[in-house]
Design a protein around this ligand. Sequence first.
Ligand code: 7TS
Length: 419
Amino acid sequence: MHIQTAKAASNGADSWDLSRYAADFPILAQQVRGKPLVYLDNAATTQKPAAVIRTVSEFYEQHNSNVHRGVHLLSQRATQLYEDSREKVRAFLNAASTKEIVFTRGTTEAINLVASAWGRETLKPGDEVLISWMEHHSNIVPWQMVCQQTGATLKVIPINDAGELDLKAFESLLSTRTKMLAITAVSNALGTVNPLPTLIEKAHGVGALVLVDGAQLIPHAAVDVQALDCDFLAFSSHKLYGPTGVGVLYGKEAGLHAMAPYQGGGDMIRTVSFERTTYAALPNKFEAGTPNIAGAIGLGAAIDYVSGIGMNAIAQHEAAILEYGTAQLLAVPGLRMIGTAKRKAGVLSFVLEGVHPHDIGTIVDMHGVAIRTGHHCAQPVMDRFRIPATARASLALYSSRADIDALVRALSKVKEVFG
Ligand code: 7TS
């Protein structure tokens, strides 16, 4: 995993600047509320480059058919494109085999798949599942549910005032009772980058499996799942410039092989009779029903797109914009940054003295600036910082210094309104 530090990124000239790629994203050319759109809500979802939009519409115009079933030409083409996309995901993550790449609806479904298929079969009273205080609800609730069902216990790694994991507490929470460490790579609410290699090594040391919530990692850094040695990794296509409604569960082959299916239905079976069903091989065992074919193919196009630019270049560019944005926002009177970890990626979460975050969001929107306000599906983080919500600007490869300047200008209007 290569997340550059902001310092390293700022050393070069403007060769890191990727904001020219904004021209590849048709939606970004529009005006909203009479102002040029400044889109800074990329942690919620990213915009789509023309290449991805074209791929999806070409699929429907030329190849649309169901996969893995027809002998007719269109079905063969659709199957080929769908499986080519799986290979693109495999190569992108450097997984050992396409058997390890399961298409899901997104990060949320990928985590639910593991919590259900692995957790329900494996966990028993006395076992522990370890998560962190900075998890998105989708990496909290599925584990809570499976712990309730099995009698296992959910443990939570605390965070410090900067929004970093308390590593001492992590080590003291870890024991042979720990069966799963389910942890985000990057916090969507704080931007904190967690030290995955250390966490994974220590969790493996007590015999626990590790699931990485990669929703906010995969769009921002090059990832090699074999080097990382995680057991599972989940991410969503729509945060990686691809279509919504599709995502990926990576799992080590042996682990996936040992798991029972998540859902039953077509495409996940080998044979069915009323007495007994045998299941398809990996990865089809976990892909019951007609999948999001166009979505998966669109994800492949998104991977081609970002690979063409280079994930390291993207990480470097975003680190430079993050550094610039941090400095600019901290100069706004009354602004407090929520999430000041030493290692951060892509997220600027903040509160303004005397102004509710929703009012910030509404007023900057009047100036064409799209940010997210709220608890960001991470209510425990808000509780930890004793705030109801934050305003959050989040970056993508097309983000620019001009976007940050527009946000800062819009924030000065917020100050004008609220005195
Ligand atoms: N995990 C993290 C760390 C996330 O940031 C999100 C979505 C998810 C899981 C769930 O992803 P999904 O694609 O299955 O919904 N995060 C956000 C966000 O920050 N604003 O909107 C969605």
